[in-house]
Ligand binder design. Structure first.
Ligand code: FAD
Length: 458
Protein backbone atom coordinates (compact mmCIF):
# COMPACT_ATOMS: atom_id res chain seq x y z
CA UNK A 1 0.00 0.00 0.00
CA UNK A 2 1.20 3.52 -0.76
CA UNK A 3 1.70 5.69 2.27
CA UNK A 4 0.16 9.15 2.03
CA UNK A 5 0.31 12.17 4.33
CA UNK A 6 -2.60 14.56 3.99
CA UNK A 7 -1.69 17.97 5.43
CA UNK A 8 -4.81 19.82 6.53
CA UNK A 9 -7.82 18.21 8.19
CA UNK A 10 -10.53 20.47 6.78
CA UNK A 11 -13.24 18.98 4.59
CA UNK A 12 -10.94 18.97 1.53
CA UNK A 13 -8.22 16.91 3.22
CA UNK A 14 -10.75 14.58 4.80
CA UNK A 15 -12.47 14.04 1.45
CA UNK A 16 -9.06 13.13 0.00
CA UNK A 17 -8.47 10.66 2.85
CA UNK A 18 -11.94 9.20 2.33
CA UNK A 19 -11.27 8.75 -1.39
CA UNK A 20 -8.16 6.70 -0.54
CA UNK A 21 -9.81 4.57 2.19
CA UNK A 22 -8.69 0.96 2.06
CA UNK A 23 -6.29 1.68 -0.81
CA UNK A 24 -3.53 3.63 0.89
CA UNK A 25 -2.05 4.00 4.35
CA UNK A 26 -3.20 7.55 5.10
CA UNK A 27 -2.23 9.92 7.89
CA UNK A 28 -3.94 13.31 8.22
CA UNK A 29 -2.08 16.12 9.98
CA UNK A 30 -4.24 18.88 11.41
CA UNK A 31 -2.85 21.80 13.36
CA UNK A 32 -6.06 22.54 15.26
CA UNK A 33 -7.17 20.39 18.17
CA UNK A 34 -10.04 19.07 16.05
CA UNK A 35 -10.66 18.37 12.40
CA UNK A 36 -13.05 20.34 10.21
CA UNK A 37 -11.40 23.68 9.49
CA UNK A 38 -14.18 26.07 8.50
CA UNK A 39 -16.81 23.47 9.38
CA UNK A 40 -17.09 23.75 13.11
CA UNK A 41 -19.85 23.66 15.70
CA UNK A 42 -19.82 25.43 19.04
CA UNK A 43 -22.37 26.13 21.74
CA UNK A 44 -24.05 29.35 22.75
CA UNK A 45 -26.49 29.54 25.68
CA UNK A 46 -26.35 25.74 25.71
CA UNK A 47 -27.40 25.44 22.06
CA UNK A 48 -25.21 23.75 19.43
CA UNK A 49 -24.71 25.96 16.36
CA UNK A 50 -22.38 26.22 13.40
CA UNK A 51 -19.65 28.82 13.75
CA UNK A 52 -18.36 28.45 10.20
CA UNK A 53 -20.15 27.03 7.16
CA UNK A 54 -23.79 26.33 7.94
CA UNK A 55 -24.97 24.66 4.73
CA UNK A 56 -23.97 22.32 1.92
CA UNK A 57 -24.71 23.16 -1.69
CA UNK A 58 -27.46 20.82 -2.88
CA UNK A 59 -27.44 22.00 -6.51
CA UNK A 60 -24.19 20.13 -7.03
CA UNK A 61 -23.93 16.62 -5.65
CA UNK A 62 -20.51 16.19 -4.05
CA UNK A 63 -21.11 17.33 -0.48
CA UNK A 64 -24.52 15.74 0.03
CA UNK A 65 -23.28 12.51 -1.58
CA UNK A 66 -20.30 12.30 0.76
CA UNK A 67 -22.42 13.23 3.78
CA UNK A 68 -24.82 10.42 2.86
CA UNK A 69 -21.96 7.97 2.31
CA UNK A 70 -20.56 8.64 5.78
CA UNK A 71 -23.90 8.04 7.47
CA UNK A 72 -25.40 11.52 7.71
CA UNK A 73 -28.12 10.96 5.09
CA UNK A 74 -30.89 11.03 7.69
CA UNK A 75 -29.51 14.22 9.21
CA UNK A 76 -29.55 16.20 5.95
CA UNK A 77 -32.36 18.73 6.00
CA UNK A 78 -33.76 21.54 3.90
CA UNK A 79 -33.86 25.08 5.28
CA UNK A 80 -37.24 26.74 5.77
CA UNK A 81 -38.54 28.17 2.50
CA UNK A 82 -37.98 31.90 2.38
CA UNK A 83 -36.90 34.30 -0.35
CA UNK A 84 -33.42 35.84 -0.39
CA UNK A 85 -33.89 39.19 1.31
CA UNK A 86 -31.78 42.32 1.03
CA UNK A 87 -31.68 45.09 3.63
CA UNK A 88 -31.57 48.22 1.54
CA UNK A 89 -33.29 51.58 1.18
CA UNK A 90 -34.33 51.30 4.83
CA UNK A 91 -36.25 48.01 4.69
CA UNK A 92 -35.95 44.26 4.14
CA UNK A 93 -36.82 43.56 0.52
CA UNK A 94 -37.28 40.12 -1.04
CA UNK A 95 -35.41 39.31 -4.22
CA UNK A 96 -37.85 37.91 -6.80
CA UNK A 97 -37.28 34.21 -7.51
CA UNK A 98 -35.40 33.20 -10.63
CA UNK A 99 -32.17 35.15 -10.17
CA UNK A 100 -28.74 33.60 -10.72
CA UNK A 101 -26.40 34.96 -8.04
CA UNK A 102 -28.47 38.14 -8.06
CA UNK A 103 -28.58 38.42 -11.85
CA UNK A 104 -32.29 38.75 -12.66
CA UNK A 105 -33.88 36.47 -15.23
CA UNK A 106 -37.05 38.55 -15.14
CA UNK A 107 -36.06 42.16 -14.44
CA UNK A 108 -39.65 43.36 -14.63
CA UNK A 109 -40.35 41.37 -11.43
CA UNK A 110 -38.08 43.84 -9.63
CA UNK A 111 -40.61 46.64 -10.13
CA UNK A 112 -42.29 47.49 -6.85
CA UNK A 113 -39.79 45.58 -4.68
CA UNK A 114 -37.99 48.77 -3.76
CA UNK A 115 -34.66 47.04 -4.42
CA UNK A 116 -33.91 49.24 -7.43
CA UNK A 117 -35.15 52.65 -8.47
CA UNK A 118 -37.60 52.69 -11.41
CA UNK A 119 -34.66 53.78 -13.60
CA UNK A 120 -32.61 50.87 -12.26
CA UNK A 121 -35.39 48.40 -13.11
CA UNK A 122 -35.74 49.88 -16.61
CA UNK A 123 -31.97 49.69 -17.11
CA UNK A 124 -31.90 46.03 -16.04
CA UNK A 125 -34.86 45.24 -18.31
CA UNK A 126 -33.00 46.81 -21.25
CA UNK A 127 -30.29 44.13 -21.02
CA UNK A 128 -31.99 41.86 -23.50
CA UNK A 129 -32.04 44.61 -26.11
CA UNK A 130 -28.32 45.47 -25.87
CA UNK A 131 -25.86 44.12 -28.41
CA UNK A 132 -23.44 41.66 -26.78
CA UNK A 133 -19.94 41.05 -28.09
CA UNK A 134 -18.57 37.65 -27.04
CA UNK A 135 -16.49 37.85 -23.87
CA UNK A 136 -12.91 37.02 -24.85
CA UNK A 137 -11.01 37.63 -21.66
CA UNK A 138 -11.71 37.53 -17.96
CA UNK A 139 -12.95 40.72 -16.34
CA UNK A 140 -14.45 41.82 -13.03
CA UNK A 141 -17.99 40.59 -12.38
CA UNK A 142 -19.04 44.16 -11.57
CA UNK A 143 -17.73 45.69 -14.78
CA UNK A 144 -19.37 43.13 -17.06
CA UNK A 145 -22.72 43.07 -15.30
CA UNK A 146 -22.90 46.85 -14.84
CA UNK A 147 -22.44 47.28 -18.59
CA UNK A 148 -25.27 44.83 -19.22
CA UNK A 149 -27.77 45.52 -16.38
CA UNK A 150 -26.66 48.83 -14.90
CA UNK A 151 -24.72 49.67 -11.74
CA UNK A 152 -27.77 49.43 -9.47
CA UNK A 153 -28.25 45.74 -10.27
CA UNK A 154 -24.62 45.11 -9.39
CA UNK A 155 -24.71 47.15 -6.18
CA UNK A 156 -28.03 46.00 -4.75
CA UNK A 157 -28.49 42.48 -6.12
CA UNK A 158 -25.21 40.90 -7.21
CA UNK A 159 -22.71 42.32 -4.75
CA UNK A 160 -24.68 41.31 -1.62
CA UNK A 161 -24.65 37.69 -2.83
CA UNK A 162 -20.94 37.84 -3.68
CA UNK A 163 -20.33 39.36 -0.24
CA UNK A 164 -22.17 36.41 1.28
CA UNK A 165 -20.24 33.70 -0.57
CA UNK A 166 -16.77 35.21 -1.04
CA UNK A 167 -16.72 38.22 1.30
CA UNK A 168 -15.61 39.73 -2.00
CA UNK A 169 -16.23 42.83 -4.09
CA UNK A 170 -17.86 42.82 -7.49
CA UNK A 171 -15.21 45.16 -8.88
CA UNK A 172 -12.45 42.64 -8.11
CA UNK A 173 -13.91 39.16 -8.41
CA UNK A 174 -13.42 37.28 -11.66
CA UNK A 175 -16.44 36.69 -13.88
CA UNK A 176 -14.96 33.41 -15.10
CA UNK A 177 -14.04 32.04 -11.68
CA UNK A 178 -16.78 33.46 -9.45
CA UNK A 179 -19.68 33.26 -11.92
CA UNK A 180 -18.72 30.54 -14.40
CA UNK A 181 -22.28 29.98 -15.66
CA UNK A 182 -22.73 33.65 -16.49
CA UNK A 183 -19.24 33.79 -18.04
CA UNK A 184 -20.02 30.81 -20.28
CA UNK A 185 -23.09 32.62 -21.60
CA UNK A 186 -21.15 35.87 -21.98
CA UNK A 187 -18.61 34.01 -24.14
CA UNK A 188 -21.41 33.15 -26.56
CA UNK A 189 -22.03 36.86 -27.14
CA UNK A 190 -25.78 36.99 -26.61
CA UNK A 191 -27.91 38.93 -24.11
CA UNK A 192 -27.95 37.19 -20.74
CA UNK A 193 -31.56 37.60 -19.68
CA UNK A 194 -33.20 35.43 -22.35
CA UNK A 195 -30.31 32.93 -22.24
CA UNK A 196 -30.64 32.52 -18.46
CA UNK A 197 -34.41 32.19 -18.80
CA UNK A 198 -34.00 29.46 -21.42
CA UNK A 199 -31.45 27.64 -19.24
CA UNK A 200 -33.77 27.69 -16.27
CA UNK A 201 -36.70 26.45 -18.33
CA UNK A 202 -34.67 23.61 -19.89
CA UNK A 203 -32.63 22.79 -16.79
CA UNK A 204 -32.54 19.43 -15.04
CA UNK A 205 -35.05 19.02 -12.20
CA UNK A 206 -33.74 21.03 -9.25
CA UNK A 207 -33.69 19.86 -5.64
CA UNK A 208 -36.32 21.48 -3.42
CA UNK A 209 -33.68 23.67 -1.79
CA UNK A 210 -30.41 25.02 -3.18
CA UNK A 211 -28.62 24.14 0.05
CA UNK A 212 -29.03 21.62 2.83
CA UNK A 213 -28.02 21.66 6.46
CA UNK A 214 -27.06 18.87 8.82
CA UNK A 215 -29.23 18.38 11.92
CA UNK A 216 -26.93 19.02 14.86
CA UNK A 217 -24.70 21.28 12.78
CA UNK A 218 -22.77 21.07 9.53
CA UNK A 219 -19.70 20.76 11.76
CA UNK A 220 -20.71 17.10 12.25
CA UNK A 221 -19.82 16.42 8.62
CA UNK A 222 -16.00 16.46 8.87
CA UNK A 223 -16.12 14.43 12.08
CA UNK A 224 -18.16 11.77 10.29
CA UNK A 225 -15.78 11.73 7.31
CA UNK A 226 -12.80 11.47 9.66
CA UNK A 227 -14.35 8.45 11.37
CA UNK A 228 -15.38 6.76 8.11
CA UNK A 229 -12.14 7.25 6.18
CA UNK A 230 -10.05 4.95 8.34
CA UNK A 231 -7.06 7.29 8.26
CA UNK A 232 -4.76 7.98 11.18
CA UNK A 233 -5.70 11.51 12.27
CA UNK A 234 -3.13 13.53 14.16
CA UNK A 235 -4.67 16.71 15.53
CA UNK A 236 -2.58 19.39 17.20
CA UNK A 237 0.08 18.67 14.59
CA UNK A 238 1.34 21.46 12.34
CA UNK A 239 3.44 20.63 9.27
CA UNK A 240 6.44 22.97 9.18
CA UNK A 241 8.57 21.72 6.29
CA UNK A 242 8.28 19.41 3.36
CA UNK A 243 11.34 17.84 1.76
CA UNK A 244 12.15 15.34 -0.99
CA UNK A 245 13.94 12.18 0.02
CA UNK A 246 15.45 9.45 -2.18
CA UNK A 247 13.00 7.23 -4.02
CA UNK A 248 10.75 10.14 -4.95
CA UNK A 249 9.35 10.11 -1.44
CA UNK A 250 8.46 12.98 0.89
CA UNK A 251 9.46 13.88 4.42
CA UNK A 252 7.23 16.10 6.57
CA UNK A 253 8.52 17.77 9.69
CA UNK A 254 5.79 18.80 12.06
CA UNK A 255 5.34 20.29 15.49
CA UNK A 256 3.02 18.72 18.03
CA UNK A 257 2.21 19.55 21.62
CA UNK A 258 4.85 16.98 22.59
CA UNK A 259 7.60 18.29 20.31
CA UNK A 260 8.86 17.69 16.80
CA UNK A 261 7.61 14.83 14.64
CA UNK A 262 9.16 13.57 11.39
CA UNK A 263 7.20 11.41 9.01
CA UNK A 264 7.89 9.99 5.56
CA UNK A 265 5.49 8.88 2.85
CA UNK A 266 5.22 8.01 -0.84
CA UNK A 267 2.87 10.91 -1.47
CA UNK A 268 1.62 14.11 0.09
CA UNK A 269 -1.69 15.92 -0.32
CA UNK A 270 -1.65 19.61 0.59
CA UNK A 271 -5.22 20.38 1.67
CA UNK A 272 -4.42 23.85 2.95
CA UNK A 273 -5.31 27.48 2.42
CA UNK A 274 -3.22 28.90 -0.44
CA UNK A 275 -0.84 30.86 1.81
CA UNK A 276 -0.09 27.76 3.93
CA UNK A 277 0.49 25.57 0.85
CA UNK A 278 2.80 28.32 -0.52
CA UNK A 279 5.05 28.08 2.56
CA UNK A 280 5.51 24.34 2.23
CA UNK A 281 6.13 24.49 -1.53
CA UNK A 282 8.74 27.27 -1.37
CA UNK A 283 11.80 24.96 -1.64
CA UNK A 284 10.24 22.87 -4.40
CA UNK A 285 8.51 25.23 -6.80
CA UNK A 286 9.13 28.99 -6.62
CA UNK A 287 6.46 29.43 -9.29
CA UNK A 288 3.75 27.55 -7.38
CA UNK A 289 4.82 29.30 -4.19
CA UNK A 290 4.56 32.76 -5.76
CA UNK A 291 1.20 32.10 -7.40
CA UNK A 292 -0.29 30.58 -4.24
CA UNK A 293 1.00 33.42 -2.10
CA UNK A 294 -0.59 35.92 -4.51
CA UNK A 295 -4.15 34.65 -3.91
CA UNK A 296 -5.77 37.35 -1.75
CA UNK A 297 -7.87 36.32 1.23
CA UNK A 298 -10.72 38.08 3.00
CA UNK A 299 -11.09 37.88 6.75
CA UNK A 300 -14.55 37.71 8.25
CA UNK A 301 -16.18 37.35 11.62
CA UNK A 302 -19.37 35.57 12.58
CA UNK A 303 -21.28 37.07 15.51
CA UNK A 304 -23.62 34.46 16.96
CA UNK A 305 -26.32 35.66 19.35
CA UNK A 306 -28.89 33.84 21.43
CA UNK A 307 -32.12 35.55 22.52
CA UNK A 308 -34.75 34.32 24.98
CA UNK A 309 -37.99 33.72 23.08
CA UNK A 310 -39.99 34.83 26.09
CA UNK A 311 -37.95 37.90 26.95
CA UNK A 312 -37.04 39.26 23.50
CA UNK A 313 -39.20 42.28 22.59
CA UNK A 314 -39.55 41.02 19.07
CA UNK A 315 -38.30 38.14 16.92
CA UNK A 316 -37.82 38.47 13.18
CA UNK A 317 -39.38 36.26 10.53
CA UNK A 318 -37.64 34.77 7.49
CA UNK A 319 -34.21 33.23 7.09
CA UNK A 320 -32.15 36.41 7.31
CA UNK A 321 -30.88 39.09 4.98
CA UNK A 322 -27.95 40.28 2.90
CA UNK A 323 -26.59 43.83 2.93
CA UNK A 324 -25.22 45.75 -0.06
CA UNK A 325 -21.74 47.16 0.61
CA UNK A 326 -22.82 50.40 -1.05
CA UNK A 327 -25.19 51.13 1.86
CA UNK A 328 -22.21 51.50 4.20
CA UNK A 329 -23.46 49.34 7.06
CA UNK A 330 -21.22 47.24 9.29
CA UNK A 331 -23.18 44.03 8.74
CA UNK A 332 -22.67 41.99 5.60
CA UNK A 333 -25.42 39.49 6.27
CA UNK A 334 -27.58 37.98 9.00
CA UNK A 335 -28.89 34.44 9.17
CA UNK A 336 -31.83 33.69 11.49
CA UNK A 337 -30.70 30.19 12.35
CA UNK A 338 -33.71 29.29 14.51
CA UNK A 339 -36.11 30.16 11.69
CA UNK A 340 -33.96 28.68 8.96
CA UNK A 341 -33.14 25.29 10.42
CA UNK A 342 -36.08 23.30 11.83
CA UNK A 343 -33.68 21.00 13.70
CA UNK A 344 -32.40 23.96 15.71
CA UNK A 345 -35.87 25.11 16.62
CA UNK A 346 -36.71 21.58 17.78
CA UNK A 347 -33.47 21.30 19.78
CA UNK A 348 -33.85 24.66 21.51
CA UNK A 349 -37.50 25.80 21.45
CA UNK A 350 -36.95 28.44 24.16
CA UNK A 351 -34.05 30.15 22.41
CA UNK A 352 -33.79 32.15 19.23
CA UNK A 353 -30.35 31.99 17.65
CA UNK A 354 -29.10 34.16 14.81
CA UNK A 355 -25.74 34.98 13.37
CA UNK A 356 -24.55 38.16 11.80
CA UNK A 357 -21.47 38.35 9.60
CA UNK A 358 -19.08 41.21 9.09
CA UNK A 359 -15.98 41.69 6.98
CA UNK A 360 -15.41 41.85 3.27
CA UNK A 361 -12.06 42.02 1.53
CA UNK A 362 -10.35 45.28 2.51
CA UNK A 363 -12.33 45.75 5.75
CA UNK A 364 -9.45 44.92 8.08
CA UNK A 365 -9.99 48.07 10.16
CA UNK A 366 -13.50 46.95 10.96
CA UNK A 367 -12.26 43.52 11.98
CA UNK A 368 -9.55 45.02 14.17
CA UNK A 369 -12.27 46.24 16.54
CA UNK A 370 -12.67 44.28 19.78
CA UNK A 371 -15.40 41.67 20.03
CA UNK A 372 -17.69 43.81 22.20
CA UNK A 373 -17.67 46.59 19.58
CA UNK A 374 -18.64 44.16 16.85
CA UNK A 375 -21.45 42.76 19.01
CA UNK A 376 -22.74 46.29 19.77
CA UNK A 377 -22.66 47.27 16.11
CA UNK A 378 -24.43 44.05 15.12
CA UNK A 379 -27.20 44.46 17.73
CA UNK A 380 -27.76 48.08 16.80
CA UNK A 381 -27.97 47.36 13.06
CA UNK A 382 -30.23 44.35 13.63
CA UNK A 383 -32.60 46.62 15.55
CA UNK A 384 -32.60 49.02 12.61
CA UNK A 385 -33.08 46.29 10.02
CA UNK A 386 -35.73 44.09 11.65
CA UNK A 387 -36.99 45.83 14.77
CA UNK A 388 -36.12 46.20 18.46
CA UNK A 389 -35.33 42.66 19.57
CA UNK A 390 -33.76 43.66 22.87
CA UNK A 391 -30.44 42.42 24.18
CA UNK A 392 -29.09 38.93 23.49
CA UNK A 393 -28.70 36.46 26.34
CA UNK A 394 -25.28 35.58 24.98
CA UNK A 395 -23.11 36.63 22.07
CA UNK A 396 -19.91 35.21 20.66
CA UNK A 397 -17.58 36.41 17.91
CA UNK A 398 -15.82 33.78 15.80
CA UNK A 399 -13.06 35.25 13.68
CA UNK A 400 -12.03 33.67 10.41
CA UNK A 401 -8.73 35.36 9.68
CA UNK A 402 -7.93 35.07 5.96
CA UNK A 403 -10.87 32.67 5.84
CA UNK A 404 -12.03 33.10 2.24
CA UNK A 405 -9.80 33.06 -0.84
CA UNK A 406 -10.69 35.70 -3.41
CA UNK A 407 -11.14 34.53 -6.96
CA UNK A 408 -9.96 37.74 -8.57
CA UNK A 409 -9.63 38.45 -12.28
CA UNK A 410 -7.28 35.87 -13.83
CA UNK A 411 -7.86 33.32 -11.05
CA UNK A 412 -8.55 30.41 -13.39
CA UNK A 413 -5.29 31.01 -15.27
CA UNK A 414 -3.45 31.31 -11.96
CA UNK A 415 -4.85 27.97 -10.81
CA UNK A 416 -3.80 26.39 -14.12
CA UNK A 417 -0.23 27.68 -13.57
CA UNK A 418 -0.22 26.38 -9.99
CA UNK A 419 -1.50 22.98 -11.04
CA UNK A 420 1.03 22.78 -13.87
CA UNK A 421 3.93 23.66 -11.54
CA UNK A 422 2.73 21.24 -8.85
CA UNK A 423 2.29 18.54 -11.50
CA UNK A 424 6.07 18.53 -11.92
CA UNK A 425 6.45 17.28 -8.34
CA UNK A 426 5.73 13.53 -8.36
CA UNK A 427 3.60 12.28 -5.51
CA UNK A 428 2.20 15.70 -4.63
CA UNK A 429 -1.43 16.74 -4.98
CA UNK A 430 -3.23 19.97 -4.07
CA UNK A 431 -6.80 20.49 -2.97
CA UNK A 432 -8.86 23.01 -1.09
CA UNK A 433 -10.90 26.17 -1.33
CA UNK A 434 -8.23 28.10 -3.25
CA UNK A 435 -8.71 26.34 -6.55
CA UNK A 436 -12.02 25.46 -8.19
CA UNK A 437 -14.63 26.74 -5.76
CA UNK A 438 -14.85 27.93 -2.15
CA UNK A 439 -18.05 26.08 -1.25
CA UNK A 440 -17.96 22.82 0.68
CA UNK A 441 -19.17 20.82 -2.34
CA UNK A 442 -16.35 22.18 -4.52
CA UNK A 443 -13.83 21.46 -1.73
CA UNK A 444 -15.05 17.87 -1.49
CA UNK A 445 -14.63 17.56 -5.26
CA UNK A 446 -11.03 18.82 -5.16
CA UNK A 447 -10.24 16.57 -2.20
CA UNK A 448 -11.55 13.47 -3.90
CA UNK A 449 -9.73 14.39 -7.12
CA UNK A 450 -6.48 14.75 -5.14
CA UNK A 451 -7.06 11.33 -3.60
CA UNK A 452 -7.61 9.79 -7.05
CA UNK A 453 -4.48 11.52 -8.37
CA UNK A 454 -2.35 10.06 -5.58
CA UNK A 455 -3.82 6.58 -5.99
CA UNK A 456 -3.04 6.74 -9.69
CA UNK A 457 0.57 7.31 -8.72
CA UNK A 458 0.77 10.79 -10.26
C1 FAD B 1 -17.52 31.99 7.97
C2 FAD B 1 -17.60 31.07 6.79
C3 FAD B 1 -18.84 30.59 6.39
C4 FAD B 1 -18.93 29.74 5.29
N1 FAD B 1 -20.15 29.25 4.94
C5 FAD B 1 -20.25 28.34 3.95
C6 FAD B 1 -21.50 27.69 3.69
O1 FAD B 1 -22.50 27.92 4.37
N2 FAD B 1 -21.53 26.77 2.68
C7 FAD B 1 -20.42 26.47 1.94
O2 FAD B 1 -20.51 25.62 1.03
N3 FAD B 1 -19.22 27.04 2.18
C8 FAD B 1 -19.11 27.95 3.19
N4 FAD B 1 -17.90 28.51 3.48
C9 FAD B 1 -16.72 28.09 2.73
C10 FAD B 1 -16.22 26.69 3.15
O3 FAD B 1 -16.60 26.43 4.47
C11 FAD B 1 -14.70 26.59 3.06
O4 FAD B 1 -14.23 27.11 1.83
C12 FAD B 1 -14.26 25.13 3.20
O5 FAD B 1 -14.78 24.55 4.37
C13 FAD B 1 -12.74 25.06 3.16
O6 FAD B 1 -12.34 23.75 3.40
P1 FAD B 1 -10.80 23.34 3.25
O7 FAD B 1 -10.66 21.97 3.78
O8 FAD B 1 -10.36 23.58 1.85
O9 FAD B 1 -10.01 24.39 4.13
P2 FAD B 1 -10.03 24.63 5.70
O10 FAD B 1 -11.39 24.40 6.25
O11 FAD B 1 -9.37 25.94 5.89
O12 FAD B 1 -9.09 23.48 6.25
C14 FAD B 1 -7.69 23.57 6.19
C15 FAD B 1 -7.15 22.95 7.45
O13 FAD B 1 -5.73 22.95 7.41
C16 FAD B 1 -5.24 23.17 8.71
N5 FAD B 1 -3.86 23.64 8.59
C17 FAD B 1 -3.42 24.84 8.13
N6 FAD B 1 -2.07 24.85 8.09
C18 FAD B 1 -1.65 23.63 8.52
C19 FAD B 1 -0.37 23.02 8.68
N7 FAD B 1 0.76 23.68 8.37
N8 FAD B 1 -0.32 21.75 9.15
C20 FAD B 1 -1.45 21.06 9.46
N9 FAD B 1 -2.70 21.59 9.32
C21 FAD B 1 -2.78 22.86 8.84
C22 FAD B 1 -6.21 24.19 9.27
O14 FAD B 1 -6.19 24.19 10.70
C23 FAD B 1 -7.55 23.72 8.70
O15 FAD B 1 -8.23 22.85 9.59
C24 FAD B 1 -17.76 29.37 4.56
C25 FAD B 1 -16.52 29.87 4.97
C26 FAD B 1 -16.43 30.70 6.06
C27 FAD B 1 -15.09 31.23 6.50
Amino acid sequence: MRSVIVIGGGISGLAAAWQMRGMADVTVLESHTRVGGKLRTGTIAGVTVDEGAESLMALRPEAVELATAVGLGEALCDPATSPVTVWTHGALRALPAGHVMGVPTDPSALAGTGLLSPEGVARAAAEETLAAAPLTEDCPVGRYLAARFGQETVDRLVEPLLGGVYAGRADRLSLRAAMPRIAALAEQGAPLTPALRRLRAAGAPRPAAAVQGVAGGTGRFPQAVAEACGARILTGTTARTLSRIPGDRWRVQAMTGDGALTMEADAVVLALPAFAAAELLRPHSPLAEAELAAVPHASTAVITMAFSRTRAHFLPEGNGFLVPAVDGHTLKAASFLSNKWPWLQAAAPETFVLRASVGRIGEDDLLARPDRHLVRAAVSELHRAVGPMGEPLAARVTRWDRGLPQYEVGHRDRVARIREAAGKLPGLALCGAAYEGVGVAACVATGRAAGRQVLAGA
